[in-house]
Design a protein around this ligand. Structure first.
Ligand code: LRH
Ligand code: MN
Ligand code: MN
Length: 424
């Protein structure tokens, strides 16, 4: 178990410096007419869900190099998520992946309660075959040409809803790898129609207070065409299904240089933005830690979200979706949660009145400078103060390392063999 006393002990070493940094930032923000306490409250209100699958080393299709104390099952994963939240106070929920995390719902709830965690969207998996499965997804799942294979994939999604319902989740995220590797391999129109009709069956099984998220991705594992390849197809799907169907944007699921913040803006306009999978990427679906490659893009996405705050019906599910190959997953997830929180707080700093004025005056230089002024503001003391006030660690990574948690779980949990590929 994680020893919470370490937080107090580590915080005691950093408190004085934090107070000085906080006061000095407060003074500077005051000159800009910004109340630092209001920003602390904003930071404290922030939460992002941790992906259960992110707590283990992901690996690539070439290799997986597990670290010590890899979680052996969902209960270990929830223990790790508990540590992430205890230290950052920014990750109060977990997103499960079925069947990877399949377990007795009562046990899942009990373990989550132990760590004051809740469950965000459930994720179905019809992109892999499972050992006990009758029909293969090699040539597709919800869009397969064979009706029994489609029915099996629909049934799996309904089971995810059933499990989720028992543990307090309120959404199902559907991402499928269906597509084609060769021109001519599939009839793109008929394949999409099969997708819509399968999704309608899933939608019909959705409880009234649930939402169905469709997640797009441009390519991989299909390399010529993908059924739900972009936000256009995702939006068509959500519009055809009904009010409870929304689009989920995974930041890594776009071609390089795509203007993701504009996609966000369009989906908000359509009333169909449901949630995010946060991560960062350089080339494709790299699943790198949030804010490590292009923090300005993350900020620009948050700028759209903060701008749209208060839009009727806008209720976003914020989740991380990362894979960690060379870092301690707990540390990476903590840093990512804090980077996403940082982008949110920086976006709250945008002088929106001034920006609107520059936009209507066509003052491009000052409009862009207004955004950068917010992005360049060092908000570390705000984030650290928010954590401290919420009972978290001023410096989560330092406290985690001081806790000896990784050494403890390395001794307790079975050693994992690195042979074979990893989770995509
Ligand atoms: C697909 C994806 C999707 C899956 C997860 C493991 O690339 O982003 O969200 O559920 O990875
Ligand atoms: Mn994703
Ligand atoms: Mn992905």
């Amino acid at each position: 178990m994680f020893d919470l006393k370490v937080i107090e002990a580590e915080n005691a070493k950093l408190e004085r410096d934090l107070d000085k940094d906080f006061d000095s930032l407060g003074e500077r923000l005051d000159r800009r007419g910004v109340d630092i306490q209001a920003l602390v409250a904003k930071a404290q209100s922030f939460g992002v869900a941790v992906p259960s699958w992110g707590t283990g080393t992901g690996g690539t299709r070439f290799a997986r190099f597990p670290g010590g104390g890899e979680p052996a099952n969902i209960f270990d994963k929830l223990d790790d998520c508990g540590v992430i939240h205890a230290l950052t106070k920014a990750a109060p929920s977990v997103s499960l992946h079925i069947p990877w995390d399949k377990a007795d719902p009562a046990d899942l709830r009990a373990k989550a309660d132990q760590h004051s965690l809740s469950f965000d969207a459930m994720n179905s998996n019809t992109f892999q075959d499972q050992a006990d499965q009758m029909h293969s997804y090699k040539f597709g799942s919800l869009t397969h040409t064979d009706a029994s294979t489609r029915a099996q994939a629909v049934e799996h999604n309904l089971e995810c809803i059933e499990i989720g319902n028992k543990i307090g989740s309120k959404a199902l995220t559907v991402w499928i790898g269906d597509g084609a590797n060769f021109p001519g391999q599939t009839h793109m129109g008929r394949q999409f129609e099969r997708y819509l009709s399968s999704m309608k069956e899933i939608y019909a099984g959705l409880p009234d207070d649930w939402r169905l998220f469709s997640e797009h991705k441009s390519y991989e594992p299909a390399f010529y065409s993908t059924v739900v390849q972009d936000w256009g197809t995702s939006l068509l799907t959500a519009q055809e299904l009904g009010d409870k169907a929304m689009c989920l944007v995974d930041l890594g699921h776009h071609a390089p240089n795509v203007n993701i913040e504009m996609i966000v803006s369009r989906l908000i306009h359509a009333g169909k933005l449901g949630g995010f999978h946060f991560n960062d990427s350089k080339y494709g679906d790299d699943d790198l830690d949030s804010g490590t490659i292009d923090p300005y893009r993350l900020f620009l996405v948050w700028n759209e979200l903060v701008d749209a705050e208060g839009t009727p019906g806008l209720d976003l599910a914020h989740m991380i979706d990362q894979s960690h190959n060379v870092t301690d997953p707990i540390e990476s997830l903590m840093v990512s949660a804090m980077e996403i929180q940082r982008a949110f707080v920086q976006a709250c700093l945008v002088d929106r009145e001034a920006l609107a004025g520059y936009q209507s005056d066509n003052d491009a230089l000052m409009a862009s400078a207004t955004l950068r002024a917010a992005f360049r503001t060092e908000v570390d003391p705000i984030l650290a103060k928010a954590r401290q006030l919420s009972g978290g660690a001023i410096s989560p990574v330092t406290a985690f390392r001081a806790s000896g948690y990784r050494t403890g779980v390395t001794e307790r949990r079975p050693q994992v063999n690195g042979a074979g590929g990893g989770i995509v």
